[in-house]
Each structure stands twice: as structure tokens, then as C-alpha cells.
Design a protein around this ligand. Structure first.
Ligand code: FAD
Length: 227
């Protein structure tokens, strides 16, 4: 199928994007299009206006400041896989990106789109919840534990744009273990395990409508259970 008719705007600034999205309840941001366009082709999503975030400098950076890793919403999976800052500050993020989709998906899809899309089988939302990341939008900063509200739903309001995700620096022992039907496919189930400042963090992908934090397992490890 082909999508229903829509208007298209290539935003030249974040302010222009926010204004356009706020003025039309059926307008949607466009990042890599790897989740939105398939939904539009099936006519499960019928935006009246797509506001393309491509090229907005405010959304494209990876930096370390204030003891945290800041990842812009439009940073693509392929960059996360290879970026030296990411690989040294938070290797589990690079390793997760490397397992996501196929090369075509990794070259187009973005972390902001993945987080906003809130697919229960998405890989980054699990890392966000497991690592107590913060989602910074054009309006507020939301802890990841409060950002995902249900199946494909988040606290984002009409016109609100994800700017960046702020992760703790964590270069200790870690693993993102993903089980799928095929290599480079969506997770049937996955687990993220990361040691952060002496504590183990564990989160699960695709076992509920939102990523699940395995608190009891974390507590058992803190109490001396062996890994
Ligand atoms: P888009 O499709 O452009 O947007 C997705 C949604 O987020 C839309 O509702 C859009 O309006 C909104 N949005 C986008 N950016 C923002 C923003 N900055 N602020 C607010 N809202 C925004 N994902 C996985 O996690 N693991 C996988 O194994 C995996 N495999 C895949 C395999 C295939 C074949 C395909 C097609 C996709 C796969 N994906 C997988 C999804 C992929 O990671 C997408 O890139 C991701 O879901 C986000 O898509 P996008 O960046 O292209 O965003």
C-alpha cells in the first residue's frame, strides 16, 4: 500500500519544527522513517504533515559533559555502534546498536525515533530504563522510568520533540543479550545487564508493554548472590 496524502516540511531549526508540530494535531516528526513510514504504508498512521528533523544540528551530537554521555535524538544506530566516545563511555550502547536491525536500518534509524516510538521490542528503551537515563525534550527532562507509559506510548505531547538522551558513564562489566528469530532482527526477548558504580542494573526487553526493570534480581546481586 501507499501512504495517505500528507504535507512535508524540512525544518530548518528546532523552533520551526516545534511550531509546525504544535500547530497541527495530526503532524508528526520524521526521523529515519524506519518505524513511521511502514506504519504509514499500512495506513495505521495517517499524519497530515511530516516535519523532517534531518540535519538539525541541535539533535545530532554525541558529547560527554557533567559526568554523563549526551546523545542527540537524530544520532543514527550506525554512529552509536562506531563512535569512539560511546564505545569508551558506555560500551553497552555501542554493542546494542550493533545488534539492531540490518545495516540499512542502522544507517537510517535514530535513537530519538526509537525512544519516541516506544516499541516494547525496541532495544534502546530497555537500556534507558535499565541505566536510569534521562530523556530531554524541547519542554522538559523526564526520567526514563516515567517516559514509557504503555504499548507504543510515552509522555510526549503534541509538538514535543526529543532533543537528547542522557546516559550515565558506565564502562564496567555489561551485556545486552538478545534472542530473536533471525540475526539482526527484533528481540523476542532480551536482557540488559550493566554494573554502574558498584551496583548491577538489569532490564528486560519485550516481556511487557514497557521495559521491565528486574529489581529483585538486582537486590539479590546486591545481597551477595553470584552472577
Ligand atoms: P521514525 O520512524 O522517523 O519515527 C518513529 C516515531 O518517533 C514516529 O512517531 C515519529 O513521529 C517519532 N519521532 C521521531 N523522532 C522524534 C523526536 N526526536 N522527538 C519526538 N518524536 C520523534 N529497532 C530495534 O530497537 N531493534 C531492532 O532489532 C530493530 N529492527 C528493525 C528491523 C527493521 C527491518 C526495521 C524497518 C526497523 C527495525 N527497528 C528495530 C526499528 C528501528 O530501530 C527504527 O530506526 C526506530 O524504531 C526508530 O525509527 P526512526 O529513527 O527511523 O524514526
Amino acid at each position: 500500500m501507499i501512504p495517505a496524502p500528507f504535507e512535508y516540511l524540512r525544518a530548518s531549526s528546532l523552533a520551526e519544527a516545534e511550531t509546525a508540530l504544535s500547530s497541527d494535531d495530526e503532524a508528526r516528526p520524521l526521523a529515519g522513517g524506519h518505524s513511521l513510514l511502514p506504519l504509514m504504508r499500512l495506513r495505521l498512521s495517517r499524519p497530515s504533515l511530516l516535519v523532517d528533523l534531518e540535519g538539525l544540528g541541535e539533535l545530532g551530537g554525541v558529547s560527554i559533559s557533567g559526568g554523563a554521555l549526551h546523545v542527540g535524538a537524530m544520532v543514527r544506530h550506525a554512529r552509536l555502534e562506531h563512535d569512539e566516545k560511546v564505545r569508551s563511555a558506555l560500551p553497552i550502547l555501542a554493542e546494542t546498536a550493533a545488534q539492531l536491525g540490518d545495516p540499512q536500518v542502522r544507517n537510517r534509524g535514530t535513537i530519538g525515533g526509537s525512544v519516541a516510538h516506544a516499541d516494547p521490542a525496541g532495544d534502546y528503551p530497555t537500556l534507558c530504563v535499565g541505566l536510569d537515563a534521562e530523556i530531554v525534550t524541547t519542554r522538559r527532562t523526564v526520567p526514563a522510568s516515567e517516559f514509557f507509559t504503555g504499548l507504543f506510548s510515552t509522555v510526549l505531547e503534541q509538538g514535543e520533540i526529543v532533543r537528547e538522551i542522557v546516559f550515565p558513564i558506565a564502562d564496567g562489566p555489561h551485556r545486552y543479550l538478545k534472542h530473536g528469530h533471525r540475526l539482526f532482527d527484533w528481540a523476542l526477548v532480551a536482557v540488559a545487564v550493566q554494573r554502574v558504580e558498584g551496583d548491577w542494573r538489569i532490564a528486560l526487553t519485550n516481556v511487557g508493554p514497557v521495559p521491565l526493570r528486574a529489581r529483585r534480581a538486582e537486590e539479590a546481586l546486591a545481597a551477595g548472590a553470584s552472577v
